[in-house]
Every structure is written in C-alpha cells, then in structure tokens.
Write a protein that binds this ligand. Structure first.
Ligand code: ZN
Ligand code: ZN
Ligand code: ZN
Ligand code: ZN
Ligand code: ZN
Ligand code: ZN
Ligand code: ZN
Length: 1783
C-alpha cells in the first residue's frame, strides 16, 4: 500500500489512518473512529476557508487548497479503506462488474441541449442528451430542440418514455443482459465495508446539513480544543434584489461595494455566504444591521444567522461528502444499490428514513445543499428501478407536506424537491402503481384543493386571494396531474377504476367550486367603479383544462368508468341547477308553436363565464357513442333523475347570450375586465374547454329537443320575443339605442344558428376525424392570408404534447413559399380549398372575419369569379346529432328568415342591416345544401325546407328572395343572392325530379346559369386586358419622358447634382478615346468630376462647390476600428507614443469614416448642432433623457435621414480646378535622378541630425528629429540636367497662388474633421470635441493632420475589402454614399498637406522617405516589412510637396511637379511592396512547370526571389516555379493596386477603364495601365535584357531594404506573425451548420471567473470567436470606473468599442457600440420553415443560413453597426431602457 503524506498537516499518513480505521472496523467501532477523525480534521481544513472567505474572498487558490486538503486528508484514506486497496484500480474493477447501462440518465446542466422526438415521445418531458440523440434513429424524425433549465436527465433507454426505439446505439448494448442483484457481484469484503462506510457517511452528511444548533456541534464531533470564533452567515432569498443586498452589506460590514457585489454573487449562486468572521458579538452586530436595513413594511428581512465556525466547517464537509457519495456510487451498481438501501431504510427507532428526512427538510436547506441532495437522489435512487419505486411511494406519501413547504418557501421551483415530480410521475407504470396503491390522483388534486380553497358545508370555496397572489407557486400540483394522466391506461382493473373515480370525484368538487365563478350583472346607467379581478379564474382554467380533458380521455376508454363518471357529473350539475322551486319557468309562443322555457333574463341577472361542470359533461357526452350509449340510455343515471334537455341548455346558453350582448355593446359599462374575459373565452388558448364545449352542449340539447321549441328558447334568451312578434317595428317608438341593440342581437342570433347547425368538425358530432378538424382550421387560417409556420401554429390549439397536428395536413392543403434574405417562409392555400371557406367560421375573431372576407373578395374579383362566398358543403352529422339540421326547416326558422327578408324589402324599415341579410342568405344556403345532400344520399327525405319556403305564394320566403333581386341596399350581397336563388331552383328541380318531373326544365336552368358564369369570366378577361394596355401605354410615356428630360432626371436623382457618382460613369455620354491613365504627367484629362453642386438640406439653397464659395459639408461618422486587423486582440498600448505616420501592415488600429451623403452649409450645420447641444443641456436639468446618440461625444443625427454622425467632412472642389495639368508638362526628370535626389536628401538630413545629436548627448531620450535641408544643397551635387529638372519639380508656384484659395470656413471645417479623427483614434472614449470657436488642446499635436490622412487610406482599404468580399468590380459598384465619402476624403487629404505648417509636413515626408530609402538605421524607423505600402503612398503623396520648404514658404503653396512626383512615387512604393511580398512568401511546395514554357517575367521573379531572400538571410527551403511565383506576386500586389486606383481616381477624376467596371475579368493589367505601371512589374526591380525602361529601383536600394535592422527578426518569427500576402479579407468566425452544436459549445463553457460554474448567458463574439459570460455580476469589470459586463469589456479589446455577438441561449444577435448603445437582431439560424427562433421558444431544429450570415458580415465590415444600432434604437423605444453596458 503506497503511503502518501499529505501536505502541511501532520499525522495524516494515509496508511496509518487506514490501519486505524481497519482496526476500529474490526472492533465494530468504525463510526466512532471516523467521527473522531473528522472532529479533529474538518474544522482545521474548512475553518481556514471560512476565514479566508472573509478576508480575501474565496480566491481560486484558497478554494483549491481546501479542495486538495479535503481530498488528501479526508477522502483518500476513506477510499483506501473502503476498497481495501488502490481506489483507482478497485473502482475500475468494480465498474467492469456493472451490467452495461441500459439507461443513460445523464443529469443535465443548465443550458445543455436536449432533444425530444415529436413522433415517438410518450410526453414532451422525455428528452435525449446530445450524445444519445446523435446515435439514435430519432435524428431522422420530427424533433424538437431545447436547452435544459438544469436538473432533468436523459431518458435514453427508458422504455416507457418512447413509443419506439428507446435506446440509442450506445445504450442498446445493455439490452438482453439479465441482471442479477448487483450487490451479489461485489467482492464480499468490499460489500461488507461499503454497508458500513456509506451508511456512516450518509448519516453524517444528512445530520450535519440538517443540524439546527448554530452555536455548537453534536457531542461526538466536538473538537478537543474548543474555538471561540463565529461567522455571520447571509442566506439567499428571492425577494430582495442584488442592489438591496449589496446596500445592506456595505452598511453592515463596512466593505467596498465591489466586495459586497462578490458576497452577493456568492449568496445568489450558492444560497449562502459568510460575510463576517470574528467573535460572537461582532457577528451579532453585523446580523442586526443587515436585518434592519433589509426589512420593510412589505418584506421580511434577509435571513442571517450567526454560526460557530466549526458548524460551518462541518456543513461544508457534509456537502463534500454528498458529492463524494455520488461519485462513489457512479462507479458501481452494487455500491449504488447499497447506498439506496441505506437511504431508504427506516431506523429501528421508527423515525423517518434519510430520504424522507431530506424531503421534509428541503426548504430549510440553502440552495447548493438542496441541489446536491436532489442530485444524489437522482444519481442513486432514481437510477435504480426498485429504489425509484420506493422513493416514489415516499414522495407520494409526503406530497401534501412537501407542497405546503414549497408554498411557504421563496426559492424557485427548480431548486425545490417538488421539481423531482417530473422524474416520477411521467413514468406511466409508476404513475399507475401510485394511483392504484397509494391513491396518487386523489392526493394530488386534494393537495391543490386544500392549498387554494376552504371547505364549508361539504362544498369548497376558492380562496381568491391565494389564487391571485400565489398562483405561480400553487400551480405545480396541476402540472403533476398532467404528468400522471399523460398516458391513458390500456387496461383497467377494479382497483384502478375505484381509485381513478375517487380522484375524479375530487376533481368534480374542484370544478364545482369554480362553476359560476366571477359572475357579472349587466351594469346600466353608471359605469362600474372598480374593474373586478378576473385573471386568477382564467389562470386556474388554463392550467386545469388539460388535466380535465385528459381525465375525460381516460373515462372514454372504459364503459363502466364512463358511466360512473357521467353519473358523478350529472349529479353535480343537478345540484348546481337547484330545485324546481328556485327555477322559474314560463310559456312562450311563436307562430303557433309553444314552448316552456326558463325565465331568466341575461341582461338583468348575474351570468358567469365559468361553467366547468357543464363543459366536462359535454366532453363526456361525446364519448358515449363509442360504447353504444345515448343520452337516454337508462344505465347512465341509475338512481338519479335524468336531466332534461332544458337543464343542459340553460347555463351555456346564458353565457353565450351574454357574449352576444357584449358584442352588441350592451355591456359597455361593465368595463375592460369583462371584455378581457370574453376575449379569452374565444381565444385559442382557452376556447377548446370553454366556447367549443358550450357550443357542443347546445348541440346536445338541440338534438334532444323539438326544433321549434329550441328556437323559441333561444329567441327568448336572446330577448328577441318583441322583435319576432314585430312589436318594435309596429310601435315605431323604439329608441335608437334599443334599435341598434336589437339589430345587433338579431345578427348575433343568426350567426348563432349558423354555428349550431354548421359546426360539425368535432368527432362525435359530425362524421369526421380529428385530422379533418385540423385541416379545416388550417384552411380557414390560410384564407385570411398566407402564413408563416409559427403564425399558423400560434393560431391553432395545442394538445398536452404541444402538438397542433398541423404537419399532418399542411402539405395537403398548401404550398410553401421559401423566404428571401429577410422575412419568413409562408404557406399559401391551394386554390382547390377556397371552396371550403366559411366567413362565419366560429373560431374567427371579428378582425379575422373581415380580413378573410376582404382577401377572398379580392381574390375572386381578380379571377373574375362571382364574389359570393356561399356556405361550404358540410360533412354528414353522426347519428346522435342528425336531428340538428331540423332547425333549418322548422316553422320558426322559416318564419324568422322571412321576417328578416321582409324588413329588408320594406323601404321604411329601420330594423335591418346588411350583416343580417348576409347571415339570412347564408342560412338559406345552408338549408338548401342540406336538402340537396339528402336528396343525393338518402332515399327517404323528411327535410322540407324548399316546400315550406315556397308556401304562401307572394308571401313566401322564395318570393321574398326574388323581391330582393336588384335592390341597391343589398348590392354587396347580390352575388350571394344570385347563388342562393340558383341553388334554390336546383334543389327544387331535384325535388321535382324525385317526384318524377321531367328534367328538361332543369337543363335549361343550369345552362343559363353556366352561361352567366361564362359571361362574367369573359367580361373579367376583357377588363384585365384593358388594364394591361393602359399600363403599357403609361410606361411608354414615362420612358419617352425620361429620354426627353434626361438632365432633369439626373439633377433630381439625389441631393448631389452629379450623383450617383460612380454608378453612372461610363455612360455613353463621355467616352474617352484613349485608354485612361490616372497617374503621371501623361494622365488623361479629368472627365469624371463629382460633388460640384449641392443643395443644403437645412436651408434648401443650391450651392456650387468652389474654392472661394461658402463651405459645404457632409455629415460624417468617424469611428476607430479593428475590422481590418490581422493581429486581433492587439490594442493600442500607449496612445501618447503612437506613431500614426508609419503604419504597420497588420492594420490593427485605424479610423474609419462614413457618411450618409447629405450636404449642408457649414454654418447651417453649426447652428443646427449648437441648437442640439443647447436643447440637451436644458433637458439634462430636468430629467435624464436616454438618447440614442451622445451629445457630449459630439454625436448627432443627420437632420434628414437620422443617421448617426459625429463630425462633418468639408466638400472641396476637385484638384483639377485649382491646379491646371499643363504646368508640369515641360519638366523632365528621370526616375533614377529623382530617386538619387531623394536619397541624397535623406542622407543629408540624417547627417545633420546625427551631428546635432552628438552635440547634445544629454537629451538622448528625445526622439531624433529629421529636419529638411534646403533644395540647393541637394541639387549642387547633381548633374546639371538632373539638377535643373529636380529644381523645377519642387519649385513653388508663386504666380498661380502663393496663398491658398480656401476660405477660413473651409479651413476650420478641415481642422474640425482632423480633430475628430484624432480623438477617435487616440482617445478611448473620444474626448468631447468642441466645435466652432477656439483652439483645441490637441491642435499642437503634429499627429492631428496625419490621422485624417490615415482615415482616408483606412476607409479606401475597407471599401476595397468590401468589394472583394462581395465579388464586385472595383468601379461602378460602390453606393453613392461610399463614393461620395472617399471622394470628399481624398480631396480633403490631398490639400490638407498644403494647409498645415509646411515645416512639420516636411518632417513627416522625410521620415517616410527614410523608411522607404533607408540609409543609416534609425530608431523609430521600421523596416519595410513593418510598413503598409498603401498608407505610405497616400502619406507621401500628401507630404512630398513640402519636402523642400523653408521658413519663407507660406502654407498652401503647391509645387510644379505634382503629377511627375506621383508617377515616380507610384513606382517606388510598388517596388518596395514587391520586395515585401517576396520576403514574406512562404511556399510549402513547388509546382513543377507543366508543359507551359517559363516566361521571361517568371524567370525574372525567380531570380529576384532568390536574390532578395539571400540578401536578407532567409532560408528558402522550397523554390517555386517562375509561373507559380508570378501568379503569387500578381495576386498579392492586387489589393494595393486596387486601393491606389481608387485613390487616384478620386484625386484626379480620370475615367476608370471599362474592364474595371465589370466583375470576373482579369484586373491586373488594366490596373497597371491605369496607374502608369509596367505590366511586367519585375521590371521595377530588375534590369531585364530589354532596353532601359527607366524605372528600375537599383540594387543598392534592395540591399538596404534587406539589411535593415528588424528584417531578420520579423522573418525569423515565422509565418504566424508576418502579414501574409495577398492580404485576405477578415470575416466573422465560421459558425457550425447545426445550431445544437452552438448550444453544446455554450453548455460546456463555464464562467471564467468563478471556478467551474455554468455561465448564465454564454455569448460568442463573432469577430474573434471567444465565448463570454455575459449579463452577470460574476464577470463584470471596470471600464473608466464603471462596472460593465463581459461583452462591453470585450468590445474594447476586440472591436474598438463595436461588437457583434451571438447570444447562445437566446439564439439572437447582439450588436453593441460604446457603453450605452445596443440592439438585438435576429440570428442567421433558420428552421425548415424559414423562420428564426429568438429565445428558442418553438424548438424546431435550426440551421445556419449562409446568405443571412453574409449579410451580417457585410454589416460588420462596412462599419455600419453603430449606424444600425442607432436606427434600431430610434425605432424601438424599449431598446433605450436596456442597460447595454451590463451585457
Ligand atoms: Zn443520454
Ligand atoms: Zn443513449
Ligand atoms: Zn422518433
Ligand atoms: Zn444651408
Ligand atoms: Zn443623412
Ligand atoms: Zn461569469
Ligand atoms: Zn472578440
């Protein structure tokens, strides 16, 4: 046995301890020995941590050492003893003895993905873990994905959870292995020790956790040396907020708020935390203060206890013991079984067993202790079939008490023992066993009833207050009921029947207590004073309804159960009805028919919307037919008197009439509460168990009654007796109100008849299946409009498995239209189903009804059909209900319809409405359809509508219909009338035919009908053709108008007269004859000049852009950016030392500029901006208004388009208007002479500088400064010709304009813009920029203008990437915003050099040149590998003019040779870039040249490649072929050339070559030509055999480049840190295709700050891929002295203050900008229906949509996130209230 000495504690040599334990065990005193050992060690180990917890916050170190000590000292010896050998080996051996697992049982962590198979699950709580799911067949079924709330486990292998394939491939292996008692497999000695050890450990852990005396320990654990230290322990509750806790803590223990936050975080996470350590007195004080400061009138104080440290220590150890037990039993089935047996064993004292004690003490424990107890229960008891059963019996027995404790508790459901219900009650066999043997059903329902009702005189009375206040906690028994009932038994036995009915009876008691709840009486005269509370009754209804429906389902499966249940409900109903004395009856007569009806006036007496007993009876009634029973079967009632049809009718009818009256606006004074109730009564969530059941009940009653009597009862209840007797009409004295009410009620009454006789899509009523029912729902939803999958499922009712049944029918009735880049996929109804449309469909709301009618009317008109929507053909009724249709032909019905029609015909009548006519016609149509159907299907007809309707000659219904023809009043329904009359004649013919009449007449009729149809179609076709012709004419006219007024159209296109600038170029108007060249003295004339005239959006005046004119500006937004960074995460270390001139090619830091393109006068804008600032200052005094932009950071919204802006760019005239091209034409200076002159200049300056440096050694710390030397000192060393050329080139043009032509306003605006770029680049957050007057403190900084040049280069680089990323051509595809932006930027930048102090500019030029033409190595001048060449080109272009200025040179001068300089510069910089590319190359394989011959260029490249690399001393393991190298170089240099072309295009206005305006063509050669470069770029570096082309950079310079310090280091650091060429476009991180992979990644992610805890809101940065723990106190950090969340902190290191994230749990995109702005965005993951799923509410499988992700990529790369966020925040007020900085 290996002895192991544990760290710093003496006497814990494992082997000695194990020997001691062994000895004690043999003596039968193991418990004593262990307790003694623990008494001695535990306080030592965990005491330190208690102390540490207070002083330094449990640092990871402290936690680790505690962990290690408890492992080494406490658990290690125990394991050695238990195993009798090395635990690792023994446990492994035990593991091999296990039966292969048939159950997965993996316990889910919060946020882990779970999968449920919609096809195979027994109920929706059955789930797979991701491993099992991926290895199961259900992957190919319809599945649902979700994230676990924590606490459940994987049901793989549970045969009761899945209808088929319960095993995944892994757990299938456990099949067929007959399991023997697992204990028998254990080695006997281990088993014997395990019984002891596990029992002692479990007992200890539970005793300690439940220990209540905080001042001391049980005797056998009392340490030998008593300590006198205490802690103040603070407990979590769900009442106090974080802020309240933090506040109390800072008061009580006098700590920093940061420390208090950490305490509060621990309390929240673990349920308790010690917050003070010391003597009893000080701990008591702290407790008092906390309790005082957290108690208020409304809430109890926080729970705080003062505990002895040793108690604290033992409780900490007890928690560890529980974990340890969990781990131990995980190794072995046998050990698990031993632990379970121990836990369930009742002690001989008769006290409850351990498990029961834990159950009953659940709410007394703190959060983590509870969770650990639950986990060990799940890991042991619930994994072992026999123990699970015993556990569930205990659970059931203690159910009432546990629920009661939960009610009194304040912790979440998830951390309560009652959350284990789902693990037990969803197992059907277990549930059934518990019902039968332990009366589970009754216990659960009774528990609920006892919680929320009191019993008086044998009747329960609901406690409104409890329901209202505590429903959230009350509802769980109802949920359990759903679990218990979810599987209908396939076999009944007597005991099950008895117990079920026992439960059913209690359920009926509960429902009885709800019957008639919240009844209302119509308010007349005055409006109600207080809105009564109504929600609790509906909450109850919603939670109860599924259980009630399921119980009815159970009843349906057994005749005897059904009969008994039916009898229980009937009995309850009769009791509710009351006796004959309390029900008043009266007699009513309508057209010779008489009926006895209940005298109860709905508009005067109380009515309730809650009738659960009636509805339960209706539900049971529909099941009778299955068992051959009918309403009148005597066995249904036994000793009871059967209820009359009137008994069934009365209650639901009252409710329905009240609702009709509410629709008729008779109950307006009863306020919103009634309005809401009516809404929910009909709403999809409630209607199945409310409205629909009431209708069924009425249909049941109707089928039992004489139809005339039924109608009289209805008319009476609708209070329409006067109307039917014509009293109102005759009296003529009806008030307007009464008339309106009556008319509406008649409409409602007729609608009601349509529903009663027409709603047959309920199995049992009509001869339909439940699929038919769903199909009809779907058809009617799609008749409103095409719908997305989610919209449709929201409109359909769900069953208890959350299924709508929609998938089964959707493909039959509709076609799916896929979504585009935005929006959702939609289902469209197939045309053949439009005939099933019924405008009076009873699930339509009024809005649905009118929307659907409109849609149908529009469709029919378009297709030239008749606009009638006739009643659809209906399915046959089932036998029990077949008499329903008799309503449609009874005398009272015919009379009623005739009455309606007669009033329409009477011109004086006011008592008719169009809606009435519509319904009447519809009803007549229904009657005719019915008669027609009967003629076609049954030989013997008793349905005589046609006969009754034609009786009475001119008074008949038939002639009343004919009288309506052509009446303008009913114009809207004329088509329907025609249809009805046609159908009438048709049925009449059928009838005659049946009676043997000839069918000649019929043929004629039919043909006349089809003729009218044909005519209508023809007319519609003609109308369509006419419309098309007119449209075509108009479009022709438009085109010719545009042709004639082309200029006009262009001028009004956008604000800028010449925009859209780049799109229209190349139009046939300007075609340069020669190939365009943009660089050098031979450049083409400018033809493409943008931004010349604009209209100020503020004063609407036109303004021509010219040097001397008023300054105009573009609203612009500058932002620092890392989007182009090739060194993600590299941040600006020291802004004060940052050198913006020599830009590193990894572009890790830059400033991007964008504009919305809107133009203003500078002074107009300044006034506008000052007004905003003033307004904000005024506003700030009153209240802090949350704005989407921050005025103190210079932000404002463009006054026209509200785009976020923070500065302006002045618009300058094009350079061609200032400097004519001709002036430089006569200068001749060769490239080599030019180069030579510059080289000499650098040399001379360096010499001067070094001399100066030697002179003053002391100030060596200063940056050496190169100073310009006078031009003559250079030229004097040159050949005469060259000297002359050089002189001319740099000669200042005094004659054309020594003074800059720009106005002060322009200069001011340029300065303003430079400042904005400067502060954004170097200050984070940017300093407030002062506008207008005064000097800025930064103006002295030489770097201010440079940052403005930088943003120009950076923005061009960005645009080049964007175009490349989208595969668009370089020219012609920028938006006008983008084109205007870079044009304005380039113009500002190219003149800004000449506007600043020439001496400073000159110094910058010198520094750039000394990097490009290095002579002596210098500090602060990097090697060429560390230089971005495009930035260098732009900067040199700007600065080189000032190179030879002197004190006398005034600012604003220009030199003669700008154009020639450009050309030479272009050559030099390109050459340097090429060397850069050759050095950075990293070929891993060489292509062997195929049959293609090596070109001269190719060999030149190989020569150069070898030469420069040798020079630089780089290894070249692989020599590429010439062709390979040539391709590489051309590809690599391309981005630089593209950027340069954009730059010079904007600068010179030279037309772009046509080749560069189309995509997919080779760009290389056109670009070279446009930039005046040779097509063979190698000739820039190598003198080829050909003639001297005059632009070769001599070898001496290559050599200097390659030998410059830093080159070797850069190259040696390897390809990882070198920028690779061609520089690739940065993209957002690749995302997995399947969203569950994302969820999984999120679930394994733990909070980086708190050791191993799950993160509540894992959030992925899409820029760098890092996962963050967002929206949580644990990961807050300080930013500028304010706490911010992980995302906000991250965007400042990763994205320069801008970020784009994926929130994993919510499945949504988060955009952030700065600290206060953000918005949520739909994620790019879509389900099969083309919909995203924010919050994963629907749970359909989600897959990445590449197009949508590309859209996000574009949003990010184009730097549009801030703009987008602000637009969202402006449009969505709720975003403004979110504290984005905490995410
Ligand atoms: Zn699993
Ligand atoms: Zn499995
Ligand atoms: Zn399946
Ligand atoms: Zn203006
Ligand atoms: Zn704008
Ligand atoms: Zn965290
Ligand atoms: Zn990132």
């Amino acid at each position: 046995m290996a002895a192991k000495i544990a760290g710093n504690l003496e006497g814990c040599n494992v082997s000695i301890i194990v020997q001691q334990l062994q000895g004690a065990y043999e003596r039968g005193q193991l418990k004593n020995a262990l307790y003694q050992y623990w008494a001695q060690q535990v306080p030592k180990i965990f005491f330190t941590s208690a102390e540490v917890a207070i002083s330094t916050q449990r640092t990871p170190d402290a936690v680790q050492s505690e962990e290690k000590l408890s492992r080494d000292v406490l658990f290690e010896p125990l394991e050695w003893f238990l195993c009798g050998g090395n635990p690792a080996a023994v446990f492994q051996q035990l593991q091999s003895l296990n039966n292969p697992p048939q159950l997965c049982g993996k316990v889910f962590k919060v946020g882990e993905p779970t999968y449920s198979c919609r096809d195979c699950c027994a109920d929706p709580t059955c789930v797979f873990c991701i491993e099992c799911f991926n290895k199961s067949t259900h992957k190919t079924h319809r599945y649902r994905m979700s994230t676990s709330g924590g606490g459940g486990y994987c049901d793989c292998g549970d045969v009761e959870a899945w209808k088929q394939d319960p095993w995944c491939d892994i757990h299938k292996q456990g099949l067929g292995q007959q399991s023997q008692n697992p204990i028998e497999k254990l080695p006997p000695d281990i088993a014997a020790r395990a019984w002891e050890v596990l029992k002692i450990a479990l007992q200890y852990a539970v005793d300690m956790l439940l220990w209540e005396q905080m001042g001391g320990l049980p005797q056998d654990l009392e340490p030998s040396v008593p300590q006198n230290t205490y802690v103040t322990m603070l407990f979590n509750d769900e009442i106090h907020t974080y802020e309240q806790v933090i506040n109390a803590l800072t008061k009580a223990i006098n700590c920093e708020s940061k420390e208090a936050v950490e305490f509060a975080t621990v309390v929240d996470r673990e349920g308790r935390s010690s917050v003070r350590y010391g003597n009893r007195k000080s701990c008591d004080e702290a407790r008092t203060v906390i309790q005082k400061s957290t108690s208020s009138v409304r809430s109890k104080p926080l729970k705080v206890e003062v505990m002895h440290t040793s108690v604290c220590a033992h409780q900490a150890f007890a928690q560890k013991v529980l974990n340890w037990l969990g781990q131990v039993v995980n190794h072995s089935d046998g050990l698990r079984h031993i632990l379970c047996t121990t836990a369930l064993q009742q002690p001989p004292t008769g006290d409850p067993c351990v498990v029961e004690r834990l159950m009953l003490a659940d709410t007394a424990l703190w959060k983590t202790a509870r969770v650990q107890c639950h986990q060990i229960m799940m890991g042991s008891l619930l994994m072992d079939q026999e123990s699970k059963k015993q556990f569930s019996v205990l659970y059931t027995r203690n159910y009432p008490q546990v629920q009661k404790d939960f009610m009194a508790d304040d912790h979440d459901h998830g951390v309560s023992i009652i959350s284990l219900s789902v693990q037990i009650f969803t197992v059907p066999t277990l549930a059934r066993y518990l019902i039968m043997e332990h009366d589970l059903l009754a216990i659960v329902i009774r528990t609920f009833l006892d919680q929320c009702a009191s019993c008086r005189h044998g009747r329960y009375l609901l406690d409104r207050e409890k329901l209202q206040k505590n429903f959230r906690r009350l509802q769980f028994p109802l949920l359990d009921l759903k679990y218990v009932l979810s599987m209908v038994p396939d076999q009944w036995n007597d005991q099950l029947k008895r117990k079920f009915l026992n439960g059913f009876k209690i359920m009926v008691e509960l429902l009885t207590s709800m019957q008639g709840m919240d009844s209302v009486t119509r308010q007349v005269g005055q409006h109600i004073e207080m809105e009564p509370e109504w929600e609790s009754a509906f909450n109850l209804q919603i939670k109860l309804a599924p259980a009630v429906a399921m119980m009815a389902g159970w009843c349906a499966t057994d005749k005897m159960v059904l009969i008994d249940a039916f009898r229980i409900v009937v009995k309850a109903l009769l009791e509710i009805r009351g006796t004959a004395d309390t029900v008043k009856m009266c007699k009513r007569r309508v057209c010779d028919q008489e009926a006895i009806v209940v005298d109860y006036t709905v508009s005067r007496e109380p009515v309730s919307i809650h009738l659960p007993i009636c509805r339960l009876l209706a539900g049971l009634y529909l099941q009778l037919g299955k068992h051959g029973l009918t309403f009148n079967s005597p066995e249904l009632y036994g000793p009871l008197q059967p209820p009359s049809a009137m008994d069934l009718l009365e209650q639901p009818l009252r409710t329905l009439v009240m609702i009709a009256q509410v629709h008729a606006e008779m109950w307006k004074r009863n306020g919103y509460s009634l309005f809401h109730q009516v809404y929910y009564y009909h709403n999809v969530r409630c209607r199945a168990e409310m409205q629909d059941k009431d209708i069924i009940m009425l249909q049941v009653a109707c089928a039992q009654m004489d139809p005339n009597q039924f109608l009289i009862a209805l008319l009476n209840k609708f209070e329409l007796m006067n109307w039917i007797e014509d009293v109102t009409e005759k009296g003529g004295s009806a008030t307007d109100d009464l008339l309106r009410f009556t008319n509406s009620l008649v409409e409602e009454f007729l609608t009601f008849l349509i529903i009663i006789t027409g709603e047959r899509y309920v199995p049992g009523i009509g001869q339909v299946s439940s699929e038919d029912m769903v199909r009809r729902e779907v058809i009617h939803q799609l008749c409103i409009s095409p719908m997305a999958h989610s919209e449709l499922s929201k409109a359909l009712p769900e069953n208890h498995k959350h299924e709508t049944g929609m998938e089964a029918v959707i493909a039959d009735v509709s076609t799916f239209k896929k979504p585009g880049v935005t929006g959702m996929g939609r289902y469209e109804l197939k045309p053949e189903f439009y005939k099933d449309y019924n405008p009076f469909f009873y699930h339509y709301t009024r809005a649905d009804q009118s929307k659907s009618e409109e849609a149908q009317l529009k469709r029919k008109k378009q297709e030239g059909e008749s606009t009638a929507c006739p009643p659809p053909e209906l399915p046959a009724l089932s036998k029990e209900f077949s008499s329903l249709v008799n309503v449609l032909e009874c005398d009272v019905f015919v009379h009623t319809i005739r009455m309606v029609l007669r009033r329409v015909n009477s011109s004086r009548s006011r008592s008719w409405t169009e809606a009435m006519v519509h319904r009447a016609l519809h009803l007549v149509g229904m009657a005719l359809n019915e008669e027609k159907r009967l003629y076609q299907t049954s030989p013997y007809i008793r349905f005589n509508f046609v006969k009754k309707a034609t009786e009475g000659g001119s008074n008949s219904l038939y002639s009343a219909l004919h009288d309506l023809l052509g009446k303008p009043r009913i114009q809207n329904h004329a088509d329907l009338l025609t249809w009805v009359i046609d159908r009438f004649d048709e049925v009449k013919d059928l009838k005659d035919q049946k009676q043997g009449a000839s069918d000649a007449q019929k043929a004629k009729k039919v043909s006349s009908k089809s003729k009218t149809d044909a005519e209508r179609k023809k007319k519609a076709e003609a109308a369509r053709k006419r419309r098309e012709k007119i449209l075509a004419q108009m479009s022709d006219m438009q085109k010719s108008f545009i042709r004639d007024n082309l200029e006009l159209f262009e001028a009004t296109g956008t604000e800028l007269s010449s925009s859209p600038s780049m799109e229209v170029e190349g139009s046939p108007m300007v075609v340069p004859s020669q190939y365009p060249v943009a660089v050098g003295p031979d450049r083409s004339p400018a033809t493409h000049v943008t931004l010349t005239t604009s209209t100020c959006i503020l004063c609407q005046e036109d303004q021509e852009v010219a040097a001397g004119n008023k300054c105009v500006v573009l609203a612009a937004y500058v932002q620092r950016s890392t989007a182009l960074s090739k060194s993600r995460g590299k941040v600006l270390e020291d802004p004060d030392k940052y050198d913006p001139l020599l830009v590193s090619p990894d572009l890790y830091h830059g400033v991007h500029t964008s504009t919305c393109g809107h133009v203003m006068h500078a002074d107009c804008w300044q006034r506008f901006y000052e007004a905003i600032v003033a307004r904000e200052q005024r506003r700030a005094l009153r209240f802090r208004h949350i704005l989407s932009y921050e005025v103190d950071r210079g932000e404002f919204l463009c006054p026209l388009c509200e785009t976020l802006s923070n500065t302006v760019i002045p618009i300058l005239p094009p350079s061609s208007t200032i400097q004519p091209d001709s002036v430089s034409a006569d200068i001749s200076l060769s490239f080599s002479d030019w180069l030579d002159g510059l080289k000499k200049t650098v040399e001379a300056s360096q010499r001067a500088m070094m001399k100066e440096e030697e002179d003053k050694m002391e100030s060596s710390d200063d940056m050496p400064v190169l100073s310009p030397c006078p031009l003559p000192s250079i030229t004097k060393n040159m050949a005469e010709m060259a000297a002359q050329g050089f002189q001319q080139l740099f000669e200042y043009m005094t004659e054309t304009g020594a003074q800059a032509p720009y106005s002060d306003s322009v200069k001011e605006m340029m300065k303003l813009f430079s400042r904005a770029t400067y502060t954004n680049m170097l200050h984070d957050p940017p300093l407030p920029t002062k506008f207008g007057l005064g000097l800025d403190p930064n103006d002295d900084d030489d770097r201010v203008p440079i940052t403005a040049w930088g943003t120009c280069a950076y923005t061009i680089r960005t645009l080049e990437w964007l175009l490349r990323d989208q595969g668009k051509p370089l020219f012609g595809s920028l938006s006008s915003r983008q084109a205007d932006c870079i044009t304005a930027l380039v113009r500002v930048v190219t003149v800004s050099g000449s506007l600043s102090d020439p001496q400073t500019i000159s110094k910058s030029a010198l520094r750039l040149l000394s990097a490009l033409l290095p002579q002596e190595p210098m500090k602060n001048i990097p090697c060429i590998l560390d230089l971005d060449m495009f930035f260098t080109l732009v900067f040199l272009h700007v600065t080189i003019s000032s190179l030879y200025c002197d004190e006398n040179t005034a600012a604003g001068g220009t030199i003669r040779g700008v154009a020639l300089n450009d050309k030479h510069l272009m050559h030099l910089v390109t050459a340097a870039h090429l060397v850069q590319i050759l050095l950075a190359a990293n070929f891993t394989s060489a292509d062997t040249p195929m049959d293609t011959e090596e070109t001269a260029e190719g060999s030149a490249w190989v020569k150069l490649f070898m030469a420069v690399r040798k020079e630089a001393g780089v290894q070249t393991p692989v020599v590429p072929s010439g062709w390979q190298l040539q391709t590489y170089v051309r590809e690599s240099v391309l981005p630089f050339l593209r950027c340069s072309a954009l730059f010079f295009h904007c600068h010179t206005g030279v037309q772009s070559p046509a080749q560069l305006q189309e995509s997919g063509v080779s760009e290389f050669e056109p670009l070279c030509q446009y930039l005046a470069l040779p097509a063979d770029l190698s000739s820039l570096l190598l003198q080829n055999s050909g003639a001297d082309v005059g632009h070769v950079v001599p070898h001496t310079i290559h050599s200097k480049w390659c030998h410059y310090p830093g080159i070797k280091e850069s190259l040696a650091s390897g390809p990882a840190s070198l920028v690779k060429y061609p520089v690739e476009v940065n993209r957002l991180v690749p995302l997995p295709h399947d969203y569950s992979d994302v969820i999984n990644r999120g679930s394994v992610f733990t909070c980086p700050r708190s050791d191993g805890d799950d993160s509540r809101a894992p959030t992925m940065c899409l820029v760098c891929g890092q996962m963050l723990c967002s929206q949580s106190y644990c990961c807050q950090t300080d930013l500028e002295g304010e706490p911010v969340g992980a995302c906000t902190a991250h965007i400042y290191t990763c994205g320069a203050g801008v970020g784009i994230f994926l929130r994993v749990r919510e499945c949504q995109i988060l955009l952030l900008t700065g600290k206060t702005k953000g918005c949520f965005y739909p994620s790019p993951y879509l389900d099969d229906y083309g919909e995203h799923d924010q919050g994963l509410r629907r749970g359909n499988p989600l897959y990445l949509c590449q197009e949508r992700y590309r859209k996000l990529q574009k949003l990010w790369l184009s730097h549009s996130i801030p703009e987008e966020v602000v637009h969202f925040m402006e449009a969505n007020a709720s975003f403004a209230t979110i504290e984005w900085q905490h995410l």
